[in-house]
Design a protein around this ligand. Sequence first.
Ligand code: NAD
Length: 475
Amino acid sequence: MKKMLIGSQWVHSKDGRSLEVVNPSDGQVFDTISRGTSEDVDSAVAAARAALSGTWGDLNATERGRIMTAISLSVLSHEEELAQLEARDTGKPLTTARNDIKVLARYFEFYAGGADKLHGETIPFLNGYQVSMVREPLGVTAHIIPWNYPAQMLGRTLAPALAMGNATVLKPAEDTSLSALRFAELALQAGLPTGALNIVTGLGEEVGAALAAHPGIDLISFTGSNEVGTLVQQAAAKNAVKCVLELGGKSPQIVFEDVDIERAVPIIVRAIVQNAGQTCTAGSRLLVQKSIYDQFVQRVAEEFAKVRAGTPEMDLDCGPLMNPAQLKRVHSYIQQAQGIAVIAQGQIAEDVPSTGYFVQPVFFGPVPRDSALANEEVFGPVLAALAFEDEADAIALANATEYGLLAAVWTENAGRLQRVAKAVKAGQVFLNCYGAGGGVELPFGGTKRSGHGREKGLLALEEVSCTKTLVHYHG
Ligand code: NAD
């Protein structure tokens, strides 16, 4: 059974219970992890607090950056081992898993460089005063992450927090904790001091809820579903703890009649089938101008029909879904869609295990504007096409869901590109491209019900720190 990291100790949960780890490609158990308790969360928060007044808290920003560089290099030198582990834990194709590990290393590389680059300010004030503003870590930061990109998510949330000098407690998703545990071993070997990183594995309603409600934390950073994000924010609010929420999406691909079709089509298909559609930034709504709707949708259908799902070793376009609950959820959306035309379907490779959680990728359209497929996050390889009349209609349709995470605009008209990008409510807008999963450097986060707070880029460093204004009267 895999142990958890609390302080410098690898420990079992206080009550010794465990959870099974299942390979989504064949539904078979291949490992177990500790099922942490609220007492384990107490110990982890205490270990993090102690680290702030220990070796970790004493390091200066440049020294923290050097340790993070060492972590990044260690991740890269263990890329294949970590990728194999991640692929087995999530079912994703090996090429995708390898890329995820590279991105994990890149997060530590980027924020290693950022650690000593976020400077303070001096502020003109009254005569006889010297005023400066410095940035300090928040303290103990708690991080709850989902199962879709476990390695990327842990890099995204932990690297900026550590760069600013916070001490962290991570709760990985119960389905996918293995890469985080192996990463922690590498981080300690690379010189990360005791207590800077603590990992408590276990169930969301046990470990996650205890962490979100803990009075000893100074920030909770949550990535996951809207339902749970709301619970986390409520729990944090009781202790007046700051909350960063990265939630769901229903991101539109807005395609105008002057689109460069051959360039757009493969990118649009990839943006929904990548990770079997289990991507918060999946381009799940294809909005196409009426004048080219039939022609464009036909080209997307040809490409979509080539999509193949298989095991990690087959290394096809996507893998299985994460677990039986996810399979049931996606099937229920497909069943509800009866009456809506299927434009194309991808295939599941013939020799996948029958016990794996595979679903056939499917492209529906035209989808009614008020249907579930047009408005709700499926979190599976399901693409919904809708037609629009003109620019105004496109903007209204793009903004018609409760989400606002990502959007893409496809047109060769530069003015239209800018107008539509400005009018769409989203944390990121891609202009004639699409960046699901990419861009460590690019500030990222939701508007509307997709959440609040920013990750990625240098802005993430501000999110995990606070300012202190020093007012000095010198006469
Ligand atoms: P989820 O909300 O079920 O779980 C996310 C994490 O929260 C897991 O670690 C889980 O154990 C924990 N959790 C569950 N119940 C909890 C509780 N009561 N209190 C505290 N923690 C709890 O989400 P999921 O199914 O793992 O992920 C899918 C969702 O995540 C989708 O909606 C997707 O869009 C979203 N997501 C968003 C982003 C983003 O950056 N915006 C990225 C990835 C996934």
